[in-house]
Design a protein around this ligand. Sequence first.
Ligand SMILES: [Fe+2]
Length: 312
Amino acid sequence: MTGGAELATELRKGKRGGIPWIAILDGAGKPRITSDGPKGNCGCPAQPHEIDHFMAMVDATRQHMSSNDRKVIERELRTYGAYLTRPRKSPGVAAYRQAVSNVKHGRFNAAVKEIGAAFSDGYAPETILTDPSLRPLREDPDRRTELFKLVREHVSTHRIRLVDRQERGRRIRLRGQVVDMDTSKPLPGALVQLFHTDASGEYRPGMDAGGGAGNPRLWGYLRTNAEGRFELDTIMPERYPNSSIPRHVHYHVWADGHPELASECFFDSDPNLDDRTRKSAPERNFPIVTLKRDDDGRMAGSLTVRVPAKKK
Ligand SMILES: [Fe+2]
């Protein structure tokens, strides 16, 4: 609106109080009533006292509005106001914010402590895998091992993103199902750890040929859902520098009562995946994933993760 600010300044007589600001004028252009209520401007009424004043504005000026229309306006405002001002539970947010502030100021020990407190309070552990403000913490190998433990202990989601927006690499999505190797029965609630190399083929910066896999920079934990399924958004791992070992994603699975599984998956499109590896993959329990373009344009593929049966 052209000239709105000037008009408001004139009508408001220098009073401040934010926008939107409403003035209902009489025939001579003078305000009959404005949205300046007893506790300030209520141009966007949400609190009960703001709605009271807004309805007072309506009552002071309405001419052709029926009582029923007035009732509808008030009812809708009160419903929407109650929604906007509802108490919100934000478990662990205060501790998490404190952690972010600690990272910003280089106080990594304190940050890890606050993250633990946030998780205990119910803050979603997977957040720390991708929050750019926690990158310095994730990139510190010593702190990372502490983060591994915390996420492992608290994670409950079956769907995670393993890389933040700044991470280089082609985005892929892996959909998996964890099953019992003997019966093919899905295993819900299984803890899955996943990790892989970055777009330079490194687990840790500067480490050659698969070094640093014990403390990788790109990692995550999740828990399978009721159907034993999980979903991972990440990047296509690069092969190790100066190596012909095919690209792969490592995973460890801990399912209730089953022996731990340590395995990895390959990619069908990988030129380094030679015939010998392809042939031996099924008996080594290494799935080969075929990536296809998803409805949302992302390359996606699925794998079945076979966990050894429970020991009798
Ligand atoms: Fe590896």
